[in-house]
Design a protein around this ligand. Structure first.
Ligand code: C5P
Length: 228
């Protein structure tokens, strides 16, 4: 079974509070999206990387140096799940049994080592799996007035990251049945299945707020050769 990557990048990134979609904000001298695309293209086990853009996207900066592996699909939808489902339908040359690693464009600090660990740990699992980190903080559920309603036991809780690795056919069926999910694993869980958790770390953060850009810049600048 071959492995492919699919990067939904059709969002506006409104929480960043910038006129430019966050995937195109400058990060370490490059549009943010180029970091994750370059990492995925550098993984030998990944045959091709598909990026899903909004149909009317005028700001895509192109990636000439990744052209051998990268394919652009202008099929973005109204939600992340719709962008992913549209991308899965449009990926040419990919069979239903092939693996697809769905990765958020906003996780710019993804490392080749983490991608290879995910592929290795999922192996030939019948369901698939995701990168994630165990929750370290004590969690509080808030009331509407900003006070604590309850403490949520953190035991057994993980924060989901991406890539999330599933077989194309199963993932498309799952997303068609559960179009409101915020990650692929939720759609697979709704089928009654249990994806694997593969431990990554906090460097694979999702750039969401302005401070995250500075953290991401620091991570990229301070990464050792063996952590790339
Ligand atoms: O907004 P959020 O950070 O959850 O978005 C996660 C990823 O999904 C981003 O890479 C974003 O560009 C993408 N997305 C998309 N289509 C949408 C909304 C978000 O491809 N309609």
């Amino acid at each position: 079974m071959a492995c492919y990557a699919l990067v939904p990048a059709a969002g506006g990134g409104s929480r960043m509070g910038s006129a430019c979609p966050k995937q195109y904000l400058p990060l370490a001298g490059q549009p943010l999206i180029r970091h994750a695309l370059a990492t995925l293209c550098a993984v030998p086990a990944i045959a091709r990387v598909f990026v899903v853009l909004a149909p009317d996207d005028q700001q895509w900066p192109g990636c000439q140096y990744l052209a051998a592996k990268l394919r652009v699909l202008r099929r973005g939808g109204a939600t992340r799940a719709k962008s992913v489902a549209n991308g899965l339908r449009a990926m040419d040359g990919v069979s239903d049994d092939d693996w697809v690693l769905v990765h958020d464009a906003a996780r710019a600090c993804l490392s080749v080592a983490h991608v290879e660990q995910l592929i290795r740990d999922v192996g030939d699992d019948p369901v698939g799996g995701i990168l994630a980190v165990p929750v370290a903080d004590t969690l509080k559920r808030a009331r509407a007035d900003g006070r604590i309603a309850a403490t949520v036991p953190r035991e057994g809780l993980w924060q989901a990251q991406t890539p999330q690795m599933f077989r194309r056919g199963m993932l498309l069926r799952a997303l068609e049945a559960a179009p409101a999910v915020t990650d692929e694993a939720s759609a697979i869980e709704a089928l009654g299945l249990h994806p694997k958790l593969v431990a990554a770390d906090a460097t694979n953060l999702k750039v969401t707020y302005p401070l995250d850009l500075r953290l991401a810049e620091w991570i990229l600048a301070n990464r050792n050769e063996d952590e790339r």
